[in-house]
Every structure is written in C-alpha cells, then in structure tokens.
Write a protein that binds this ligand. Structure first.
Ligand code: SAM
Ligand code: SF4
Length: 329
C-alpha cells in the first residue's frame, strides 16, 4: 500500500478495546463513558480485518487500546494473528500495555510469537504512580514487567514526560532500565481528548529534557529506526537505548508508515487528524474480503501529509476530540 505522498504503509496499530483498568490523567478523564459493546468489533471481525491488511502488505501489527489485555479472550486473537508470523506473511506482532495483566499473559504472548512489548510506566514512585494512573496498582505492574522478561519478551518502557511530575525522575529511570535490560522511550504529551485540565500545564519539551540528560549521561547517536516517530540514542553507561517521541517539537510525518484501526472498525490514517474511514460496514455487509480491501485502499489514498498538533495556552480545546485510548497510542 503506497499513499499519495509515496510512503509505504506496512504498519497497522489495532485498538481492540477503548476500555481500561487505569485512568491516566493525560489520557482519560476519571468519568469516561465507553462504547456500548454492540458497537465494538468481535475478535473474529478484528482477525478478519487484520488478515485483509496483511494481504495488502502490512508486515507489522501492534495491538493496543484502551488496555488490550483486559479484553475478554484477547489471547485467542493473538493466537490467530500469530499464524501469520508462522507463514512468514507478518514480520512482527507486538503489544502496548499498561502491564497490569502481564503476570497472567506474558508466557502466552511469547507462545503466540510476540517477542517485544511496550509497557507504559511514567514513574518508579508508587505514590506518584497511583496519582497519575488514578486506579493503577504499582506492584502488579512491576511484577508484570518481571514476568514479561522471564517469559523471554524484550520490554521497552514508555514514559510520558510531564512537567512537575516526572521530570526529576528520568535519571533514576534510566539507571533502573540499565539494571533491568530495558530500553525506554520518552513521549511528549499530545493534545488528544478532553481530560478536564489545561494541557499546557503538563507540557514538557523533550529537547530540554535531552539537554539535561546529556549533562549526566553520554548519549551516543543511534541509527536505530523503527519506521516510527521516535529518534534514538544509545546510553553509553548502560548500553540501553533511549527514544524520544516529539510530536510537538519535531515533525515526524514525512516517514510515517502506519495507520490505526479502532475497535469499532474505523480507520484513522493520521493520529492527529479527524479524517477516518468506516471499515465496519464493508466488513459486515460483504462476506467476501474484496469490498473490504477496496475500502482499505481507498482510505490509504486519503492519508494526509501530516498532523498539525499544537498546544496553545490560550486555546483550551484539544487538537483532536477523541482520546488516545480510542485510536490507541
Ligand atoms: N493502555 C495501554 C498503555 O497504556 O500502554 C495502551 C494504550 S495507551 C493509549 C498507549 C500509549 O499512549 C501509552 O504509552 C500512553 O502513555 C500514551 N498516551 C496516552 N495518552 C497520551 C497523550 N495524551 N499524549 C501522549 N501519550 C499518550
Ligand atoms: Fe489506560 Fe493506557 Fe490510557 Fe493509561 S494510557 S488510561 S493505561 S489506555
């Protein structure tokens, strides 16, 4: 699949649920209303959709949410998708999770062919963890990370960088990552969805964070590239990688290789734009996959050049109305 700007689209991120067992302050408001179950695709429908994307050239799948591992029977979906790894039509199957269910699922994920996972963790302080996730259990997530490593999964920690919250913790987190064989990526908070507070208060530019880290650590340039929005350095002292995702201070759209599917079958061609394609109708109305594939190709032909996120102190509304948990991070 090639978009109008010549970019090959071979990476699909699939949000399998908008629900979550946490309420992270930058992601959700505390009283979220979720989709009625009948609007959400069944796991069989998600499997069929992914199959069509793979036939059209998708080589990498990331399962996300909401919290993907709280969806009932989600391991069935991983098993089905793992078959594409066995047949060689898919290069990678991976997941982004808050870690709360990893003790239960890590070994099964490995058995399905998953080899790398992202675990979101913004702090190593249990009290701050509770403050930012509102409902999260810190010890359970730490046990989940251990379980993942014991199962043989490579773990990357994703931390959203938040002013006056975790900016004084990155040194400690990098040391901990070094001791536990974990890579880490810092993410700038993106203005997605109403969270009941002004985002300008949270915003922390990673260009500043990088400068501060460089005073203590030796940050070696790294040519590691995932086709994603992160730029990487290698930390000489630990040998681990550190990524920076800077949607606001650096525009990463020119190399964008991905599209995002929500759990209702809506395809977003850009995380930062509202244009979307309904794939649920062709999926449900036609037993054959040809109509569905035509709808996918038509959507790819509308992939926009880029996003225009901006966090403006004077403008209170988010750049896009939907929450990150709808499209998946
Ligand atoms: N629940 C899973 C988790 O937390 O990893 C998967 C879904 S979550 C929406 C995916 C990623 O998006 C997480 O790393 C989270 O920190 C990040 N995220 C959520 N809201 C964000 C925002 N407004 N700006 C930047 N990152 C955000
Ligand atoms: Fe849930 Fe992930 Fe959003 Fe936190 S970031 S509320 S864990 S979906």
């Amino acid at each position: 699949m090639i978009d109008p700007f010549g970019r090959t689209v071979d990476y699909l991120r699939v949000s399998v649920t908008d629900r979550c067992d946490f309420r992270c302050a930058y992601c959700m408001s505390e009283d979220m209303s979720f989709l009625p179950k009948n609007e959400v695709l069944s796991l069989e429908e998600i499997d069929r959709l992914c199959g069509s994307f793979i036939e059209l050239g998708v080589r990498k799948l990331r399962i996300t949410g909401g919290e993907p591992l709280v969806r009932r029977n989600v391991m069935w979906l991983f098993q089905q998708l793992g078959r594409h790894l066995d047949s060689g039509t898919l290069d990678e199957l991976t997941v982004t999770t808050n870690g709360s269910q990893l003790v239960r699922h890590a070994a099964d994920l490995y058995a399905c062919g998953v080899r790398r996972i992202n675990v979101s963790l913004d702090t190593l302080n249990a009290d701050k963890f509770l403050a930012i996730t509102r409902w999260g259990k810190f010890d359970r997530v730490m046990a989940g990370i251990d379980a993942a490593r014991e199962a043989g999964l490579a773990v990357k920690i994703n931390a959203v960088a938040l002013r006056d919250f975790n900016e004084d913790e990155f040194d400690q987190m990098l040391t901990w990552c070094g001791e536990n064989d974990l890579d880490m990526t810092l993410i700038e908070a993106m203005p997605m969805g109403d969270i009941g507070q002004n985002r300008a208060d949270q915003h922390l530019a990673l260009s500043e964070v990088k400068k501060t880290l460089a005073e203590k650590w030796t940050l070696l340039p790294s040519d590691h590239a995932t086709g994603g929005p992160a730029t990487y350095v290698t930390i000489k002292e630990t040998g681990r990688r550190l990524g920076f995702i800077t949607p606001l201070s650096h525009n990463f759209c020119e190399s964008c290789n991905r599209v995002r599917l929500t759990c209702t079958g809506t395809l977003f061609m850009c995380l930062g734009q509202d244009d979307a394609a309904d794939l649920r109708t062709p999926l449900r109305e036609h037993g054959d996959d040809e109509t569905l594939k035509q709808a996918i190709l038509e959507a790819i032909s509308r992939k926009p050049k880029g996003h225009d996120f901006i966090i403006d102190r004077d403008v209170d509304s988010p750049a896009v109305a939907r929450h990150m948990s709808v499209t998946g991070g």
